[in-house]
Design a protein around this ligand. Structure first.
Ligand code: MG
Length: 366
């Protein structure tokens, strides 16, 4: 029986992880539930999984049934066998680093961990203790089965605006990107899917997870092929199926052990025609900016992430137009001096400086 610490339990991935755990009684159990401050949802989850420890990272006043604030993360990790890190945003990094310090396997759904601090998690990755949950990276890991990749190609749906004429994208508002065409996700990642910042983050993550192979992305609007990997002999491997995050979550928690199926009724004859096309980078300028920041390394990807978090927040509040998100990222990266990263504090500093710079760029655009 694996005891799982479900971090970010009230978000989209966290809730689906709890479904997976409930579907595998006797093999998986909930050791702890950790959220930011959604206490009502947390209490309902605690009742559904009796015996689990409930923790809230940012709650101001903690009810008696819940650990809160200082020490909540450490309490959540105590006594678990595997950590599912589905915390949203930069806040998830500390959890990954703490899990790595404790030598715990991390089923990683928090992109920012590898994006902003891949160099600090490199040893944990090399030890096979970072197991990707994201559908793209899960696919690559499953297709490789330990073989070295020659080339990795991530598939991108293109987000909600992919069929819009280029001149209209600039002025799109939150209501236009609100619904992702193929995946059901939280608000920030839905916007990041439309700017392709999400895909740029996945390129950076793939470089850390599968070092040595070139990584690129192609447009695949149907989201049936969850990424492709080319082997040494030139052949391609891929996993196919209608998007369902419970499948990669279950794989991350249980590996290749036989497990209950989730994709009932998913039949190839019902799939739309599968298409692949190169990304038109003029439509998605943020993709190029963020992947370049990833290549520069050091504090640059943390700066790109911070700029994007600030810009997306301003966009969702109606303060910025869609086209401004890439402008904020570009403006912040231009004014950022790259520093090497040796510890968590270096990443925190890079993040804080970029947030300040992003605030200034946003004010200038409003
Ligand atoms: Mg993904």
């Amino acid at each position: 029986m694996k005891r799982v610490a479900v971090l970010g339990s009230t978000g989209s991935i966290g809730r689906q992880a709890l479904e997976v755990i409930a579907a595998n009684p006797g093999r998986l159990s909930v050791r702890s539930l950790l959220c930011s401050r959604s206490l009502d949802a947390l209490e309902a989850q605690r009742r559904e999984f009796p015996g689990s420890l409930a923790c809230a990272l940012s709650a101001e006043r903690a009810p008696s049934w819940c650990m809160a604030g200082e020490g909540a993360l450490e309490a959540a990790l105590d006594g678990c066998d595997i950590v599912l890190n589905a915390i949203t945003g930069f806040a998830g990094l500390r959890a990954s680093l703490e899990a790595a310090r404790l030598g715990l396997p991390v089923a990683l759904a928090n992109k920012e961990s590898l994006v902003t601090a891949g160099c600090l998690l490199r040893d944990h990755v090399a030890a096979g203790l970072v197991i990707p949950v994201d559908s793209e990276h899960s696919t690559i890991a499953r297709c490789l089965c330990g073989a070295p990749p020659r080339e990795i190609v991530l598939t991108a749906s293109g987000g909600a605006l992919r069929d819009w004429p280029a001149d209209r994208i600039e002025g799109a508002g939150p209501e236009d990107v609100g619904a992702h065409p193929t995946w059901d996700m939280g608000p920030r990642i839905t916007v990041d899917s439309s700017t392709l910042v999400n895909k740029a983050f996945e390129v950076i993550e793939a470089r850390w997870l599968f070092p040595g192979a070139p990584v690129s992305a192609v447009l695949h609007p149907q989201s049936v092929v969850h990424s492709l990997v080319r082997l040494g002999d030139g052949s391609w491997r891929a996993l196919l199926g209608r998007p369902d995050m419970r499948i990669p979550i279950q794989h991350a928690l249980l590996g290749d052990d036989p497990a209950p199926g989730f994709a009932a009724g998913d039949e190839p004859c019902d799939w739309p025609a599968l298409t692949f096309a190169p990304l038109d980078l003029s439509r998605w300028p943020a993709f190029g900016l963020v992947t370049r920041a990833g290549e520069e390394g050091g504090t640059m990807p943390a700066a790109a992430n911070a700029a994007d978090e600030v810009a997306v927040d301003a966009f969702l509040r109606g303060r910025l137009r869609f086209g401004d998100i890439a402008r904020v990222i570009g403006g912040v990266l231009e004014s950022t001096a790259r520093r090497d990263v040796y510890c968590y504090g270096d990443v925190l500093e890079g993040d804080a400086a970029a947030r300040e710079a992003a605030g200034r760029v946003v004010s200038g655009l409003c």
